[in-house]
Each structure stands twice: as structure tokens, then as C-alpha cells.
Design a protein around this ligand. Structure first.
Ligand code: GDP
Ligand code: MG
Length: 137
């Protein structure tokens, strides 16, 4: 079994509704281990830097404002096939299209305020983990 790591963010819509514990339970119950975590309020520079791949998309400004609108819980999840497993647990970007029982199906409010972020590839996971946890071994 090959362990892998992925970056998770519990977004402001979820932290403000006290859903952090419930969402973390989805990760732990599926066998992922939380190896680093911090609660932070992102600056526009941090949110814009993190989502730089989306800077040409029409909703970029809205996305940055939203990600800075409240606290976020940033964590590193570790386990077998962590990137894909976390994406499965999250469900589709649009909660209306997310499978029953997924985090976004259960807790997300809209395509913008959709409760969680998760890295979409092993390569992006490595970049995103370094962005938030440069000291993590
Ligand atoms: P993800 O990988 O499933 O999070 O989705 P994307 O990488 O495509 O988009 C990144 C984030 O941008 C999403 O999680 C949403 O928070 C936001 N987003 C995506 N599509 C839209 C949209 O149409 N409108 C707005 N306001 N935000 C969006
Ligand atoms: Mg994405």
C-alpha cells in the first residue's frame, strides 16, 4: 500500500455553520489520517495565490472574496489513494450534482460556497501542501 497526501480546506460556509467536526469525521471514518491542520483567515493575497490557476475564470474575484469571508480549516490528509479518495468523499463541485452522502451533497450551499476544497492531482497536492505547510516533513 502506497501512502499519499492531499490538501483539504474546509471553507467559510462550513466553518461558520460549525460543520468542521462532521466534515473531519468523513475523512477519518474513511481511513484518512489528519497529519497537519490549522484554522486561518486567508488574506486576498493568500487566497488569490492559492487559486491562481483560476485567475482567468469569470468567478475568480468572487471566489477570492468568499474564501476570505471567514475562517478556513486547512489540513493535510494521508492514506492510500488520498487524492482520489478525498475527491470521492467531497462529491461534485456543484452540490446539486454531488452523489448522496458526499460532503457537498450533505453540507454545501451552492456551487460557490461548496464546503470543501481538495487537491485534484498528486502533483497539485504537493504544491498546495507546500503552500500552506512549507515546514511539513
Ligand atoms: P473543485 O475542484 O471541485 O473545487 O472545483 P474547481 O476547481 O472547478 O473550482 C474551484 C472553486 O471555485 C469551487 O470549489 C467553487 O468554490 C468555485 N467555483 C466553481 N465554479 C464556480 C462558479 O460557477 N461560480 C462561483 N462563484 N464559484 C465557482
Ligand atoms: Mg479544483
Amino acid at each position: 500500500m502506497t501512502k499519499q497526501r492531499t490538501l483539504s480546506i474546509i471553507k467559510p460556509d462550513a466553518t461558520t455553520r460549525n460543520l468542521v467536526g462532521k466534515i473531519l469525521s468523513h475523512f477519518e471514518d474513511s481511513g484518512l489520517t489528519i497529519v497537519a491542520a490549522k484554522m486561518v483567515t486567508l488574506t486576498p493575497e493568500q487566497a488569490g495565490g492559492f487559486y491562481a490557476v483560476h485567475k482567468e475564470r469569470p468567478f475568480f474575484g468572487e471566489l477570492v472574496d468568499y474564501m476570505c469571508s471567514g475562517r478556513v480549516l486547512v489540513s493535510v490528509l494521508e492514506g492510500e489513494d488520498a487524492v482520489n479518495l478525498n475527491r470521492k468523499l467531497m462529491g461534485a463541485t456543484d452540490p446539486k450534482k454531488a452523489d448522496p452522502g458526499t460532503i457537498r451533497n450533505l453540507y454545501a450551499e451552492s456551487i460557490a460556497a461548496n464546503a470543501v476544497h481538495g487537491s485534484d492531482s498528486a502533483e497539485n497536492a504537493a504544491t498546495e501542501i507546500k503552500f500552506f505547510f512549507p515546514e511539513l516533513k
